[in-house]
Design a protein around this ligand. Structure first.
Ligand code: PHE
Length: 470
């Protein structure tokens, strides 16, 4: 059977058809890490760390990721491997009435992929910009960025370039495309991240920023910090959207689940840590003090502040700027590939179309929706769905990250903790490795995670509608 046929027979609810398999545990870990490491690590994490007290945020995040995050990651992959089904079939295999949970999870990649590719297009523009326009043109205090996103043709074109690279890799299949791309991009990403961090730390003024980032100050713990760290953890680990259930279903019963999820969470956290280590000191150099960093850091950190600081580095500016955006581009691509793959397997499962036909369908949907959301920055900028100044992208981000994902995560924990019972999945985990933390895991899934999920959901929604202001 051709590689892409073999890899992409997604069985839906017909377990008699042979399922696709990872070529090994390493491929599974890399794919999970590739999906996890993305714009969330390089853009969102440093912004949140800068805003919420540096080290305080870092420690809170790490604790959450290695308790609740890793527990949910294990839950999802074990559910997939046990049922040998993609996400809808996985829930339905415990009873048809649970199918809706899988369906709800399936909506998420269709919401995220289009807008993810828009930001991917911005990153592509910057990487190219360092080669063609040069660091001075880019570092003009925000004019370059604004000019680009408000230009309908150019922003749409770069979104398409980013999408095209993604679609080509997905079209080449799991082993032929996705695995190969991950094997190249993931190690490259790590090397560049370490290199840039070292370079940044050697700059005058960086030490103070690094100290802010590495020293926790527990008086800075706040509800906003906790909610921010929780939301970040979900997004970064690609939880609550079915991807990890599907990936787990491709994993051989003899490969250790505990070891694999620990590696995925570890890889993801290391990249977030490094991203903070390069970006928080840069914010410090730009703004001068911890308070100013906390007050002024926002989404513009990567696209406006950072190029400004790079430009002040003189001769090194073009190369450092280019390498930095190349690094972000790699991270964004591995995630968008994984998101598109999720969309394709959902369509193939639901319709029993061939993989090729499902991919073409997904491409059309992603391009059309992406075009629409992108227009929210220019020709449709009068649509401000979440209040003054908000964009369609904000709406899509809000719906997926703040509404549907916490709901899916909450329902999943209740489903496994109280209906299916944790023992079912503990037995699955123990098929391939000892599971010393089974008791702790059970407590997290049954009690801790659901409570935290309700907190995120209520606070995000309340915050968005202006009921509370963190
Ligand atoms: N985890 C990715 C990031 O941090 C985003 C993502 C979410 C990717 C969901 C795949 C699925 O950027």
């Amino acid at each position: 059977m051709a590689d892409n046929e073999r890899e992409f027979i997604t069985t839906g609810e017909q377990p008699d058809i042979p399922r696709s398999k990872w070529s090994g545990k390493l491929a599974f870990i890399l794919a999970g890490a590739a999906s996890a490491v993305g714009l969330g690590n390089l853009w969102r994490f440093p912004t949140l760390a800068a805003r919420y007290g540096g080290g305080t945020f870092l420690i809170t995040y790490i604790i959450l990721a290695f308790t609740i995050g890793i527990s949910l990651l294990l839950l999802e992959t074990a559910l997939g491997r046990k049922t040998q089904q993609s996400v809808i079939g996985a829930y339905a295999s415990f009873g048809k009435k649970y199918r809706w949970i899988g369906k709800l999870a399936c909506i998420v990649p269709f919401i995220i992929t289009p807008y993810y590719c828009i930001i991917g297009g911005w990153v592509t523009r910057y990487a190219v910009g360092y080669l063609t326009d040069g660091p001075v043109a880019i570092a003009d205090g925000g004019g370059f960025f604004k000019g680009f996103i408000t230009d309908p043709a150019s922003s749409f074109a770069f979104m398409l370039v980013f999408m095209a690279i993604t679609f080509i890799v997905v079209a080449m299949g799991v082993e032929g495309g996705i695995e190969k791309a991950n094997f190249v991009m993931m190690p490259a990403l790590l090397v560049v991240a370490v290199g840039i961090s070292v370079f940044v730390l050697m700059q005058p003024g960086a030490a103070q920023g690094a100290a802010y980032y590495l020293t926790p100050d527990f008086s800075k713990i706040s509800p906003a910090l906790l909610v921010g760290a929780l939301g970040q953890m979900f997004y970064s680990l690609s939880l609550a959207m079915g991807i990890m259930v599907t990936y787990g279903s491709y994993l051989d019963k003899k490969e250790s689940l505990t070891g694999s999820v620990a590696s995925i969470a570890g890889f993801d956290s290391v990249v977030s840590f490094l991203a903070g280590l390069m970006i928080v000191p840069v914010a410090f150099m730009a703004f001068g003090s911890a308070d100013a960093v906390a007050a002024k850091s926002g989404p513009s950190l990567m696209f406006i502040t950072l190029p400004g600081v790079f430009e002040s580095m003189g001769g090194a500016a073009p190369i450092i700027g280019f390498l930095f955006f190349l690094l972000v581009l790699f991270a964004a691509l591995t995630s968008s590939i994984s998101l598109t793959e999720a969309c394709v397997s959902i369509v193939a499962d639901g319709t029993h179309w061939t993989r090729r036909r499902s991919l073409i369908f997904c491409i059309v949907v992603i391009v059309v929706v992406g075009g629409f959301v992108n227009a929210g920055y220019n020709v449709l900028s009068f649509i401000q769905p979440l209040g003054e100044g908000s964009t369609l992208l904000d709406l899509f981000d809000f719906l997926s990250n703040s509404v549907i994902m916490p709901i899916v995560a909450l329902v999943t924990c209740i489903f496994v903790g109280w209906i299916v019972k944790p023992k079912t999945l503990i037995d699955e985990v123990r098929l391939s490795s000892p599971f010393r933390f089974a008791k702790v895991w059970t407590v997290i899934i049954k009690y801790v995670a659901p409570v935290f999920m309700v907190i995120i959901l209520v606070s995000y929604v309340a915050q968005t509608f202006g009921l509370v202001n963190f």
